[in-house]
Design a protein. Structure first.
Lengths: 444, 305
């Protein structure tokens, strides 16, 4: 059997039976679920009243729309084309919270745009969509059918309203999906940090109790280092799988028990809403469908299948890339406590990677994001965010380039760290200095 | 069995081993001696392929030493450690498997050694539950588990009580009898004298002595003889008269002595015994050879003791 695999197996067994591993496997998901619960609970926080200006230059709506009975949304109509800049800057439009733009194609493509100043809650969004839909039903029935309204509602399809920020109509800066990527990238960084430190401690302790010399009489330093990184990496993957299962299970339980009324888009039955409305239950219509962005994020936006494949690829490569630094650091330090000062630069890199992920969410199309997505230090984070946001048409190849660069860099750092490991692992009692790194790197 | 030719190794411009050549014959116990920092551990690491020499070569059974030969070598380093949370069994299994043993082979060999040392009850104990001496026994077992044809032991007796030193020495003698070759580095000169067939002395990175232990001692004898007797010291001195010279004496008890005597003129050991018989009650008499400790100190310090 391959000696690296034997080393990996020992490491794995040692890790998974520790209290910290078991504690983290339970506490981690619980913490995430607690956070989810808090965000679910406090997610709804919006203005009590909305003024919406409907721009309808063709007059499709005939200046009519169903007003909601409790009066928390008011509508006005503009029958001429209104540039967004005017709406944004003109004083007379300051009282409006949003502009609902209708054009002549709405009857065919069933699409409208709502440009908001402050993102509406799902309750408001659903209400506006519902009101518009109701009015369009009447228009369409009148124009295209001899059916009654009730008959029409039986066969109708939902209209897709794209909610856009007035200040960012192309929706470049903000995307719920980006948070999904940020979450996945954050998990990668968190696991790299936690298990990277485990590598560091494991190498240091083997070195300080001198078992390493016994091992080196049977295995090469590189095999030992690789086995160690692999074993701890597998432990990290097992930890992640446990997290995934527990979080998934927890979200399911949350949805089924604590938040049974939470709306799931997949369960959103438009005809049912319409029926409720027509039967005079309009006030209660949305009350039972309390929903917030985070719920949508968790239950509707995460494409676990797509994300997991790339998550695993970037997780493994990123872990090896950073893990080799930790292993080399452990091997070259003179004692268990030595080398702590060199952990700081690695942590700074991880923090920069975290920032890069946030920056990518804010500026997905910027030049800096483009560069950060190829740098091996930041690509695991940036690519997760970009993947979640969706690569533009024809740019999908970028994620493969990023991954290739990261994989090659991981291989390179594995080689370099191997040199440091080989030269440093049997040096004891010294104080680690940068010049030693350079000397040991040269002595390949 | 093992030949080292012109081995040289330096660390950061400091020479650790300088042009050292050695050879170990099959079925012998070879002592590698030297003061701290002489280069013994570096030499042992080179034999174990843990580090590479800058110059020179190591041959194992005539072949250039390669990774495949490591399975035939057992190694107990001076600074040895164990994984504290692992059991004795897990530890042996892990290290045995690294030495290319099958699980069955490890099991069989481990049980055999545990029974031999009468410590079968330790099998499932964690290392952290064992005393230092107990852990050292486990380390020794792990080094010999795969029945290596060459066993390299760096300070194998350090930390052992006399009973366990005896136990380990007996095991080493038994292994030698079974045809195994053993190299041991030790500061325990008494053990070296007792069990080593040959020895080499490394000092300041160079080999300065090599030979069979008895020859090394014989070569440095100074013609002194010791006589252990019961009787009067005055009578002893009178008996020596002018043919012999009393150099030193130790009083063991009342009227019991060990006297150290040098020959004068053509007198020899037989003459000495003839002179003394009838004057005192001789209990024992022998030629005094320098101890390995004396040879070690004299060679390293350049001063005679």
């Amino acid at each position: 059997m391959n000696v690296s695999w034997l080393i990996a197996q020992r490491e794995l067994k040692e890790r998974i039976k520790t209290r910290s591993f078991i504690g983290m496997a339970i506490a981690g998901p619980l913490l995430v679920l607690l956070l989810v619960y808090v965000l679910f609970s406090v997610g709804e926080n919006n203005k009590p009243h909305w003024n919406v200006l409907i721009v309808d230059p063709v007059g499709i709506m005939d200046n009519k729309i169903l007003a909601n009975t409790n009066g928390n949304i008011s509508y006005d109509f503009a029958n001429n084309y209104l540039p967004l800049k005017d709406f944004e800057k003109s004083k007379r439009f300051q009282k409006y919270d949003a502009l609902l733009e209708l054009n002549e194609k709405i009857l065919s493509n069933k699409a409208a745009f709502l440009f908001y100043k402050e993102k509406p809650s799902f309750v408001f969004a659903t209400a506006i969509q519902f009101h518009l839909e109701r009015r369009l039903e009447e228009v369409m029935i009148k124009r295209f059918s001899k059916m009654t309204v009730q008959e029409f509602r039986g066969i109708k399809q939902p209209i897709n309203v794209a909610f856009r920020n007035l200040y960012d109509p192309k929706n470049e800066s903000y995307s719920l999906s980006g948070w999904v990527g940020f979450f996945f990238g954050g998990v990668i960084l968190l696991f790299i940090l936690l298990f990277g430190m485990t590598i560091l401690r494991s190498v240091s302790s083997e070195k300080s109790n001198r078992i390493v010399e016994v091992l080196l009489a049977s295995v090469k330093p590189r095999q030992l280092m690789f086995g160690k990184i692999a074993g701890i990496g597998i432990a990290a993957l097992i930890q992640f799988v446990i997290w995934t299962i527990l979080i998934w299970l927890g979200l399911f339980i949350l949805r089924e028990t604590l938040f049974p009324d939470m709306m799931d888009l997949s369960n959103w039955d438009v005809s049912k809403i319409a029926d409720q409305a027509s039967s005079g239950l309009e006030d209660g219509l949305f009350r039972s469908k309390v929903y917030n962005d985070f719920v949508e994020l968790v239950y509707s936006r995460i494409q676990f299948g797509d994300m997991l494949v790339f998550f695993l690829l970037f997780f493994i490569s990123g872990y090896i890339f950073y893990g080799t630094f930790f292993a080399a650091l452990g091997a070259t330090s003179g004692s268990e406590n030595d080398g702590q000062q060199f952990v700081l630069p690695i942590m700074v890199l991880l923090v920069i990677a975290l920032w890069a992920g946030y920056y990518t969410m804010q500026n997905p199309l910027s030049q800096l994001t483009y560069i950060l997505s190829f740098l091996p230090f930041t690509s695991p984070m940036v690519c997760m965010v970009k993947l979640a946001q969706g690569y533009s048409l024809g740019e999908g190849y970028q994620i493969y380039v990023s991954f290739s660069i990261l994989a090659l860099s991981s291989y390179a750092t594995l080689r370099l760290a191997g040199r440091l490991y080989q030269n440093g692992i049997l040096q004891f009692g010294h104080r680690l200095r940068l010049t030693q790194f350079v000397t040991w790197l040269k002595n390949g | 069995m093992l030949q080292l030719t012109s081995i040289t190794k330096s660390y950061f411009q400091k020479i650790a081993v300088d042009d050292v050549s050695l050879s170990l014959n099959e079925g012998e116990i070879f002592g590698l001696l030297g003061p701290n920092g002489a280069g013994k551990t570096t030499l042992i690491r080179i034999i174990n392929r843990i580090i590479e020499p800058e110059k020179g070569e190591v041959r194992f059974n005539g072949e250039l030493m390669k990774g495949k030969h490591l399975a035939e070598i057992g190694y107990l380093p001076e600074e040895r450690g164990l994984y504290k949370t692992m059991t004795v069994y897990d530890h042996a299994m892990f290290l045995g498997r690294l030495r290319r043993m099958s699980k069955d082979e490890v099991n069989k060999s481990l049980n055999n050694w545990l029974e031999k040392f009468e410590i079968t009850s330790w099998k499932n104990k964690r290392i952290e539950e064992l005393s230092k001496g107990m852990a050292q026994k486990v380390q020794f077992i792990c080094a010999v588990l795969h029945e290596p044809s060459l066993l390299i032991l760096d300070e194998p007796f350090s930390g052992f009580d006399p009973v366990n030193v005896e136990l380990i020495q007996n095991e080493l003698k038994a292994m030698k009898k079974a045809g195994k070759t053993i190299m041991l580095s030790s500061h325990n000169m008494k053990s070296v004298e007792e069990i080593c067939d040959r020895a080499a002395l490394i000092h300041q990175s160079k080999k300065i002595l090599e030979g069979s232990v008895i020859n090394l001692r014989e070569d440095r004898k100074d013609g002194r003889y010791a006589v252990k007797f019961k009787g009067n010291m005055l009578a002893f001195t009178h008996a020596l008269w002018t043919g012999f010279e009393l150099i030193d004496k130790e009083e063991l008890a009342k009227d019991r002595f060990v006297a150290y005597v040098a020959m004068r003129g053509e007198n020899n050991f037989q003459d000495l015994l003839k002179t003394l018989i009838g004057q005192i009650e001789i209990e024992a008499a022998w030629e005094v050879l320098p101890t390995m400790q004396q040879i070690f100190i004299e060679t390293v310090t350049g001063k005679s003791i």
